[in-house]
Design a protein around this ligand. Structure first.
Ligand code: G1P
Length: 297
């Protein structure tokens, strides 16, 4: 029997400079998509995939993130007194079991690979997931759950993958495909943010991974790569060099790059439209501005 994937690493140490000045005092993972902080989407996805241990790799100034996961007894009491059961329910759904969350500090911003490596002692010798909360994925079946199901068949290492316009490939980790099996591809190489004319394909890595613990060993030896940072992509590619399988998984769903302002705004509209209590008003408003925009042309 393959080991179940029960641990996930959430790298959340980034400064979020693209969202300054907001991120001067608010960690970007707490920024609100409709009414939930970004990190809640990642947590919900992990839970749906069967994750039981949540490891946050943080940095200075992320206190609000830790507070967010605390229970809020005074607030709960107040809501109970006022009979606001619906709000109580919403709060309860954010409660985490005691001991389920661990925080590790990344003392230096040395890259995603380094952030993951910082959690090595908590992972030990089990397969683990990595979720980048900036990548928000709307899907009927949550993306990591799709991947866990596929992983149960294949084992190995698995990264979420998505076709991007070729001119955008240099913004991602890119897969060199050995065999295309449809939803799944077997990978023979991976390049982090290749130069425009050097991308091996336009199949990009999206921020969901299921990894063999040996990747942590690879990270021990990793030298800095693209951008002078220790890259997770390089440590996964190192698995191929050691004859261990790496798969790309074309998930079913829509990915939003909430690490960029445009992506965050698009996600806000899309998630807003998916909510019963908001969709009519929002849709009407969007139609109105599109019509006015057209009239002005
Ligand atoms: C990270 C990874 C990259 C991946 C991307 C997905 O890059 O290093 O391989 O394609 O996430 O969002 P970042 O966007 O953090 O620079």
């Amino acid at each position: 029997m393959r080991n179940k994937v029960t641990k996930a690493i959430f790298p959340v140490a980034g400064l979020g400079t693209r969202f300054l000045p907001a991120t001067k005092s608010v960690p970007k993972e707490i920024m609100t998509l409709v009414d939930r902080p970004l990190i809640q989407y990642a947590i919900d996805e992990a839970r749906a995939a069967g994750i039981k241990e949540f490891i946050f790799v943080t940095s200075r100034g992320k206190g609000a993130l830790e507070d967010y996961f605390d229970h809020a007894p005074t607030l709960e009491q107040e809501l109970r007194k006022k009979g606001k059961d619906d709000l109580l329910e919403i709060l309860k759904n954010t409660n985490m079991e005691s001991g389920a969350i661990a925080y590790i500090r990344q003392h230096k911003a040395l890259g995603l690979g380094h952030a993951v490596w910082c959690a090595r002692r908590l992972i030990g010798n089990e397969p683990f997931a990595v979720i980048l909360p900036d990548d928000v994925i709307a899907a009927e079946k949550p993306c990591l759950q799709q991947m866990v199901e596929a992983y149960e068949e294949t084992g190995g290492n698995m990264v979420a993958a998505m076709e991007v316009p070729p001119e955008r490939a240099s913004a991602y980790g890119v897969l060199d495909v050995q065999e295309d099996m449809g939803a799944m591809v077997r990978v023979k190489g991976m390049v982090e943010k290749p130069k425009a004319d050097e991308a091996p394909s336009n199949l990009a890595v999206i921020g969901r991974y299921i990894l063999n613990p040996k990747v942590l060993g690879n990270l021990n030896r990793m030298k800095s790569g693209t951008g002078g940072e220790i890259q997770l992509t390089d440590a996964i590619a190192d698995e191929i060099a050691q004859d261990r399988a790496v798969y790309g998984y074309r998930f079913r769903g829509q990915r939003f790059d909430c690490g960029s302002k445009a992506g965050f705004l698009q996600a806000t509209v899309a998630f807003g439209l998916s909510r019963d209590e908001l969709k009519d008003d929002l849709y009407r408003y969007l139609q109105e501005i599109v019509t006015v925009g057209k009239a002005a042309q």
